[in-house]
Design a protein around this ligand. Structure first.
Ligand SMILES: [Zn+2]
Length: 40
């Protein structure tokens, strides 16, 4: 399990949205945290 850096909800690793700073539950929360997708 992993958790969202923005709202701390837990979810399986394969459902997380990757950011530069960590993992999020949704694209909305990645944006809300001021993070963005890692460079490919
Ligand atoms: Zn979240």
């Amino acid at each position: 399990m992993d958790h969202c850096l923005h709202c701390q909800v837990h979810f399986p690793f394969d459902e997380g949205i990757q950011g530069l700073l960590g993992t999020y539950c949704s694209h909305d929360h990645r944006s809300a945290a001021g993070d963005r997708a890692p460079a490919p």
